[in-house]
Design a protein. Structure first.
Length: 205
């Protein structure tokens, strides 16, 4: 199964946040490949706001992007060559970064779950689940090269986005996740689409 350049670019672009302030600054540094600066920007925010799941989600994004950059997944020649994306050549992820990435994911989801228990309509908590499951999709598909397995996280990200839109129709960032799901499902071979089911998705590129 092949993932196109446009899909990869969209998945990576989907890690943007409209929350502003420190989080936005951390993402701006991330997108400029200043990963160390992004961590430094985020450190005091997480220290002062340990219960904010978006802080931990942003931390996970920094680890993900730094690893994608190190493995040259963000390089143009990688993105334009389907064989390099879905081929058998093995990438060697940094085990330390991998552990930190999934630890940040787990902490983000733990704090998001706690926030939803206290406030079921917490849009940022639901969006944090969208982000973290989306990042798990990226890591599994592009670094571990297990595209079929990544669909499980993609489905979860989509379901959280659908729920977020139901609860808060004004949260426009969630539409990016559902739109990407339409493109993803529309890109799948027919025999895979037959077995893959996403809520409210027809599969359109």
């Amino acid at each position: 199964m092949k993932f196109s350049l446009r899909l990869i670019a969209a998945l990576l672009a989907g890690l943007s946040l409209a929350s502003g302030g420190v989080i936005e600054d951390a993402f701006q540094r991330l997108y400029n490949f200043d990963f160390a600066g992004s961590h430094r920007t985020l450190d005091p925010y997480i220290r002062d706001n340990p219960s904010d799941p978006l802080g931990h989600s942003t931390r996970a994004a920094i680890y993900l992007f730094s690893e994608l950059d190190r493995l040259q997944v963000l390089a143009g020649e990688f993105l334009t060559d389907d064989k390099r994306i879905s081929g058998d050549d093995v990438l060697e992820p940094n085990p330390v970064v991998r552990d930190k990435f999934f630890a940040a994911i787990a902490q983000a989801q733990k704090t998001a779950e706690a926030s939803l228990l206290e406030s079921p309509n917490d849009s940022n908590a639901l969006f944090s689940f969208c982000l973290t499951e989306g990042m798990k999709t990226d890591y599994t598909a592009f670094i571990e090269k297990k595209q079929l397995r990544s669909l499980g996280s993609a489905r979860k990200a989509h379901n959280y986005a659908v729920e977020l839109i139901r609860r808060d129709p004004t949260f426009v960032d969630a539409h990016l996740t559902t739109g990407l799901t339409e493109y993803l499902v529309g890109s799948l071979p027919f025999f895979i689409r037959w077995f893959v089911r996403f809520e409210e998705v027809k599969g359109s590129k």
